[in-house]
Design a binder for this molecule. Sequence first.
Ligand SMILES: *Cc1c(COP(=O)(O)O)cnc(C)c1O
Length: 380
Amino acid sequence: MDFIDLACQQKRIIEKLETNIKNVLNHGKYIMGPEVGKLEAALAGYVGVKHAISCASGTDALLMALMAYDIGPGDAVFTTPFTFIATAEVITLLGATPVFVDIDPNTFNIDHQKLEQAVAAAKRPDAGRPALTPKAVIPVDLFGLMADYDAIDAIARKHNLLIIEDAAQSFGAEYKGKKACFFGGISCTSFFPAKPLGCYGDGGMCFTSDDRVAEILKSIRVHGQGGNKYDNVRIGINGRLDTLQAAILLAKFDIFPEEIALRQKVADNYSKLLSPIQSIKAPEIPEGCKSAWAQYSVLAMNGKDRAVLLEKLKQSNIPTAVYYPKPLHLQEAFSSLGYKKGDFPTSEDIAMRIFSLPMHPYLELIDQEKIKGIINTSVA
Ligand SMILES: *Cc1c(COP(=O)(O)O)cnc(C)c1O
């Protein structure tokens, strides 16, 4: 059994993949070839926004978004400590200050009530740190479930915060009828192979409906380019998506909506099998939301039980993963921010209890039943 089975998907689309790759080899436009624009148009249409700007990774998408909004020293950018390092890393890279906000224990996404408190706190000077200017919030759509954008939007309007959606895990998800990557002033996704829409290397994309912001993102992507290649109007990066990766993504995108539906079916099977089990808590999806099911993550009652469950699953050759064992505020990389254990109790509690089960569109019911059997008999 695979944690994520990419071979199964490849078998389905191998002819299209080979044709698309061969086309690139034939035309030879490896940088910004026609497939790049074609992919951008297709994904912008799918999401329902005006512009899609592809780039070299999900991390670059977040970095470019912050750069486009001129975020830097003295600015506070709010996000959760229960995410992949990239979400907060890019804030620090630009000299701005990540301000962490604890998560909701049911969705694992940013707790909007605590966001409002954090905005007020950031404006006050704190021990060792001057007052910050609240600039932006990066809600993370963790495991494929979108954050509560209505609530976040209301707070953002009130406090003049920009919204940058970290949709690295949620491409294909929905919130009240709108697709992931719709809600941010800029939204960012990743095409890392294990994400819901993954390529065969690194890749990412920014989405926006703001014409001016789209132009800035395109410029940042190519060294701050102005009217031509050797006219540089701002500091940028080399952040382009490879034509070959765009060609691969176009082949994969053909079956993507179907794969999202298959993921939902797998998740429904898990829910039916696992919800009656007392020793774990299966995920609950809020009304009006559809997860992209990047991960199917369950909670053990405590850290000791999780260790037992992970060991039992391992003995039966069931692959598992823990996202994330250590919240970002406790990472050495962020030690200069001055956080300590106990600052974000929900994130710390969830980090001790959470684990993810195999999840991909082609997971068989018989494998899910096997997983259920092992979990059912592992802890009292
Ligand atoms: C994967 C991921 C990223 C970074 O994407 P890359 O393409 O790996 O750079 C950012 N944020 C979250 C939440 C992610 O899961």
